[in-house]
Design a protein around this ligand. Structure first.
Ligand code: SAM
Length: 286
């Protein structure tokens, strides 16, 4: 099979099968070999690894992954792409395509069945409309992943990597950095996709930490505190936390912040993960 990463070959395949792009499924296919190399190099893929790819499209990145990795499991939601993938990936015996919605599939079982004990990395050019839900599912389900290397909307990548105090820092930064170390690999212009998206994109790698970055007694409570603090960005921490769904009265919040050694007049967006953990652990009762 020819290398699919070119506008000409991609158009030929699409025309041959009468494929129609679905905007609502976030279908923007890569047509540039250099970008694919950058993603696969950035992810550090070699023959020891199993790779989970989300949304193979017509199989452009899947081909390259099959050449570099031990084996590849590719999950695609769009049934119309299945006959195309049968042709484009037909010669690779180390690839399995699974039809389904990655947000609904029991990933842990699929990874165990397909990869066994092999180390696994995720590599994907993600559909932008569900980037956050997919990344959070991958991080929260306690999957045996070493890293997640993805091509996503530039603003979202910047939010994932942001530090306290900046305008991009928010609940997504905390959630990602709780589980992983983000590393931006490079920016990608709209011209390397068919059809071209309206936004700039970025390749980012999330290297999964062996243990969450901070020790929390109650993970749910930790994320509820984060949500409350960022829910009302313009309020002081004291006001944001006491008027939130945490349903803790102001006096108690004052006490908690004092115990955690955090100034009650600060804004949520200035707090580090460690400070959020102090607050949550002090609410839980240390
Ligand atoms: N990997 C291909 C490439 O780089 O050319 C296609 C990337 S395209 C941005 C995203 C792909 O994800 C599409 O093939 C789309 O059908 C698929 N997709 C969208 N939502 C999905 C979901 N919930 N589960 C699995 N695949 C999904």
């Amino acid at each position: 099979m020819k290398n699919l990463a070119s506008p000409k070959v991609t158009r030929e395949i699409i025309e041959k099968y009468g494929f129609r792009f679905s905007k609502s499924l976030g279908q923007n296919f890569l047509i540039d070999s250099n970008i694919l190399d950058k993603i696969i190099d950035g992810a550090g893929i070699h023959k020891d690894y199993g790779v989970l790819e989300i949304g193979p499209g017509i199989g452009t990145m899947t081909q390259k992954l099959a050449q570099h990795a031990h084996n590849v499991l590719a999950i695609e939601i769009d049934r119309a792409l299945l006959p195309i993938l049968r042709e484009t990936l037909g010669e690779y015996t180390n690839v399995q395509v699974l039809h389904g919605d990655v947000l609904k599939l029991p990933l842990k079982e699929h990874l165990r069945d397909y990869f066994g004990d092999r180390p696994i990395k995720v590599v994907a050019n993600l559909p932008y409309y569900v980037t956050t839900s997919i990344v959070m599912k991958l991080l929260e389900e306690d999957l045996p992943l070493e890293s997640i290397t993805i091509l996503i909307q530039k603003e979202v990548a910047e939010r994932m990597q942001a530090s306290p105090g900046g305008k991009d820092y928010g609940a997504l930064s905390v959630a990602v950095q709780f589980y992983a170390q983000p590393r931006i690999i490079g920016n990608v212009p709209p011209s390397v996709f068919i059809p071209a998206p309206k936004v700039e994109s970025t390749i980012i790698s999330l290297d999964i930490l062996k243990e969450p970055r901070v020790l929390v007694k109650d993970k749910k409570l930790f994320f509820a505190v984060v949500k409350a603090a960022f829910g009302k960005r313009r309020k002081t921490l004291l006001n944001a936390l006491s008027s939130s769904q945490l349903e803790i009265e102001k006096g108690k919040i004052k006490e908690v912040l004092k115990t955690a050694n955090i100034d009650a007049t600060r804004r949520g967006e200035t707090l580090s993960l460690e400070e959020f953990a102090h607050i949550a652990n002090s609410i839980a009762g240390e």
